[in-house]
Design a protein around this ligand. Structure first.
Ligand code: SF4
Length: 258
């Protein structure tokens, strides 16, 4: 019993160090990264609405819908909550899934109004897990959207164990983590909301630019030396092929014939 407990404690300590180390390396690699610039806004309600609009689409499409709401002066909880679903659907069409997203936005805006607005929510003493449960209980808000909202609009120490994060964790460790597992590991390693905001943004940047879904660019990755996937990829390259690697390309160059 106690040896199992000790083992688990040790594992958790190791995971903590690993995630702290990942965070440091990503900060160094993306030295210019800034959460505010990354979002393009520091307005909490705008970020909240953006978190819903970006579901199942790109940020470019979500931002077009967001700008339509800005242009019609609808980015306040009260104004948004008083719109008809049809009006909202027309404005947010660029983000797609407008039926589901308009319903989610109306429900979310009414929830914010019931909580005495963004100021009331930001001053709330309610526990993060309680607010998270309430958000997940709203139609159209899943764990990923709830964690994004809590982290980036209410500055609560939580983080989304989203597809980018799970892909990174799986490639680094060779094991597939669950949403909740990877979320807990990151939260234990970095207890401050500011750090979790940066970590989440940095992981997404790495996933877009380097650790891509189909063709990870391991040769440019700051995490290469600690990555199980990269180690396996290197191990399956036969000795002669190692000499045939095109410098800097990370891809095999065709062997030259004399
Ligand atoms: S080394 Fe390759 S697989 Fe590993 S995290 Fe970096 S890009 Fe992803």
């Amino acid at each position: 019993m106690s040896s199992r407990y000790n083992k688990e404690k040790q594992m958790s300590r190791v995971k903590k160090i690993v995630w702290q180390n990942i965070f440091q390396q990503l900060q160094k690699h993306f030295a210019d990264f800034c959460v505010k610039q990354w979002w393009g806004t520091s307005d909490p309600f705008e970020r909240m609405v953006g978190s819903v609009l970006v579901q199942n689409t790109t940020w470019t499409n979500a931002d077009r819908a967001l700008q339509a709401l800005v242009a019609h002066d609808l980015l306040s909880p009260e104004k948004l909550a008083s719109q008809s679903q049809e009006t909202l659907m027309a404005h947010i069409r660029p983000a797609g899934f407008q039926i589901a997203k308009s319903k989610a936005l109306l429900t979310l805006a009414s929830w914010v109004v019931a909580k005495r607005g963004m100021a009331g929510l930001q001053a709330s003493a309610e526990a993060t897990e309680r607010l998270r449960s309430e958000l997940i209980g709203l139609k159209g808000i899943g764990p990923e959207t709830a964690d994004t909202i809590l982290l980036y609009t209410l500055n609560r120490p939580t983080i989304a164990g989203d597809a980018y994060t799970r892909r990174l964790a799986e490639r680094l460790t060779g094991k597939k983590p669950s949403y909740e597992q990877v979320r807990r590991d990151m939260m234990e390693a970095l207890p401050e909301a500011d750090d979790l905001q940066s970590l989440h943004g940095l992981i997404i940047e790495l996933g877009k630019a380097v650790c891509q879904k189909r063709r990870p660019q391991c040769h440019t990755c700051p995490l290469q030396t600690q990555c199980t996937y990269a180690a396996q990829e290197t191990a399956i390259i036969r000795p002669q092929e190692k000499y045939d690697l095109a410098p800097g390309s990370g891809r095999f160059a065709p062997p030259e014939h004399s």
